[in-house]
Write a protein of this length. Structure first.
Length: 156
């Protein structure tokens, strides 16, 4: 009985060590992929390779930070998918894309402009959502353009 308990405990510890090693290997593997991509992009410039690796690692690390608490899990999944599709092989640009998407989402969460009725806002938001279903930054820009156009129409 004692031997089986020790074997079971060793098995659990072995599994834990194996998972840690696999995680470390995955990390090293991702770093190798980044190094290879940067070497391909800058084959004759070691300074740019080093800079590229540094920026890609920073981008990857920023993608693993906690999500903005004002962003719902659904919205985060949508913006992450959008940015991954746009920048699949570039962690730095994916991180920048996500920052821009969150910024657009915050703009969309702003209160209704005082010179716009809820019906006008709803029409503009519906239009922009159809135009930009997966891009919060462009949707916010579209809404801004629609708001400015409505103001111009009201002045005429």
């Amino acid at each position: 009985m004692w031997l089986k308990n020790v074997q079971a405990l060793c098995g659990i510890a072995g599994l834990s060590i194996s998972l840690s090693v696999m995680s470390l290997y995955a990390q090293e593997s991702r770093d190798e992929v980044i190094k290879q991509q940067c070497a391909l992009k800058w084959p004759d410039n070691f300074q740019m390779q080093a800079y590229c690796v540094e920026e890609q690692v920073k981008g990857r690390e920023s993608l693993s930070r906690p999500v903005d608490p004002h962003v719902s899990p659904e919205e985060h999944a949508k913006l992450r998918a959008h940015c991954e599709k746009q920048w699949s092989g570039d962690f730095k640009m994916r991180a920048y894309c996500e920052e821009q998407q969150i910024s657009g989402l915050r703009e969309l969460q702003s209160p209704l402009p005082q010179d716009m009725t809820s019906k006008e806002f709803s029409i503009a938001m519906s239009h922009c959502t159809k135009e930009w279903p997966d891009d919060f930054k462009m949707r916010a820009y579209c809404l801004h353009q629609q708001t400015e156009a409505l103001r111009k129409l009201k002045r005429q």
